[in-house]
Write a protein of this length. Structure first.
Length: 179
């Protein structure tokens, strides 16, 4: 493919983002699952997404190479950096339920991204790439929907929903225990 082809440029950009998104999906939901008991439905659902993302990350460089697209080291690095930043800062001040919904939002972003890649692949006759996206979507959609169904779990566990992982305090205020 010609690098000046707008479809190729679009796929190049989307693939960099896909590497980033999958790197985040292989790391952050597992960290998020750590807020729950191992057998809690939200933890189980999040870990299933991590397993799929980890598998995808092993396949993605080969898919990219076959399609003449970047094996995005930078996309993977950015994904790891964003996940670490979220873990280090945002998730330490946000309650469990809100952080869970933010994770779900990121997972849905990945689904939308792969749907767009599938549409571009179809429009350009990249049958193998379109089929890969279809298989990815069949698996990930069901996993993300399971994460979404677990939102109901918070209604039955409001004490966990409002819990912050790190006690919040302002300068000069004595330390207090997490809710």
């Amino acid at each position: 493919m010609n690098a000046s082809d707008p479809h190729h440029e679009l796929l190049t950009t989307l693939f960099r983002e896909l590497f980033q998104t999958e790197r985040s999906a292989s790391l952050h939901p597992r960290r998020e699952a750590g807020r729950f008991d191992d057998s809690a439905p939200p933890a189980v659902a999040l870990c299933a997404v991590c397993e799929h993302a980890t598998k995808v990350l092993t396949e993605l460089p080969d898919v990219a190479r076959k399609e003449g697209l970047p094996d995005s080291y930078s996309g993977r690095s950015i994904g790891a950096l964003l996940s670490a930043a979220r873990d280090a800062v945002i998730d330490r001040v946000v309650d469990t339920e809100r952080s869970y919904r933010a994770t779900l939002l990121g997972l849905r972003h990945g689904v939308d991204l792969v749907m767009l890649i599938r549409h571009v692949a179809h429009a350009t006759g990249r049958t193998a790439l379109a089929e890969y996206c279809i298989r990815w979507l069949e698996t990930r959609n069901s996993l993300v929907e399971q994460v979404a169904r677990c939102l109901a779990w918070f209604a039955a566990n409001p004490d966990v929903a409002v819990r912050s992982p790190v006690p919040l305090r302002f300068r000069g205020e004595p330390a207090r225990h997490a809710r």
